[in-house]
Design a protein around this ligand. Structure first.
Ligand SMILES: Cc1cc2nc3c(=O)[nH]c(=O)nc-3n(C[C@H](O)[C@H](O)[C@H](O)COP(=O)(O)O)c2cc1C
Length: 185
């Protein structure tokens, strides 16, 4: 084994698909790209841990409003997702610039993104780790999926501007003997 610089460790821990964090302040919606997230609980009260940098306008808005939408884009949106993650809502109307359509959400003021496969309406469930790690625990309070979409492949950031696209599916359901409840979902 050759030593790996510590700064590269994160490139090998798949954090899940890149998502868009949608926030809204005083009726002005904004978007950012986010790949530092993890499921903390599933079932009827899903909890998701999200790391937002304090340099992000979205971080400030999320702290103030306590709510957001996590919109899950597919591979066709990848160039827009990277663009969204490389400019700031302070001086850019990202819905307009990137040609995305906002749709009124049901439980939060931040809008859904019509072009995304899935939209999760979220509220902050726990802010206790924000000061230490910028880690925000979100609770999903409403979830939406576009059932008519043909393109369902998600994108996964490799940590350096390259991405892996969802590919081959392995069906090992018959081995999920301890977790058969997951298989039946
Ligand atoms: C692929 C990708 C993934 C990103 N993941 C994160 C992340 O997990 N957390 C974070 O704070 N910023 C992340 N960013 C950076 C923000 O999206 C970026 O700082 C953005 O410009 C913030 O926009 P805002 O200032 O309008 O909120 C990511 C950017 C890209 C391109």
């Amino acid at each position: 084994m050759k030593e790996l610089p510590l700064s590269k460790a994160y490139q090998f821990i798949e954090p899940g698909p890149v998502v868009l964090v949608v926030t809204s302040l005083h009726g002005q919606p904004n978007l950012m790209a986010m790949s530092y997230h993890m499921m903390i609980a599933d079932g009827d009260r899903p909890l998701i841990g999200c790391m937002l940098g304090s340099w992000d306008q979205s971080f400030e808005t999320l702290r103030i409003t306590g709510e957001c939408v996590l919109a899950v884009p597919t591979v066709d949106l990848a160039p827009k997702v990277v663009g969204i993650g490389n400019c700031s809502g302070i001086d850019t109307d990202k819905f307009k610039i990137f040609g995305l359509t906002s749709v009124t959400a049901e439980k939060v003021k931040a809008p859904l993104v019509a072009e995304c496969l899935v939209n999760l309406e979220c509220r902050i469930a726990d802010d206790g780790l924000i000061d230490k790690y910028n880690l925000i625990i979100l609770e999903v309070v409403k979830a939406w999926i576009d059932p008519d979409r043909e393109e369902c492949r998600l994108i996964h950031h490799k940590g350096n501007g390259t991405f892996t696209v969802d590919g081959e599916t392995l069906d090992l359901r018959d081995r999920m003997v301890k977790w058969s409840s997951y298989v039946q979902r």
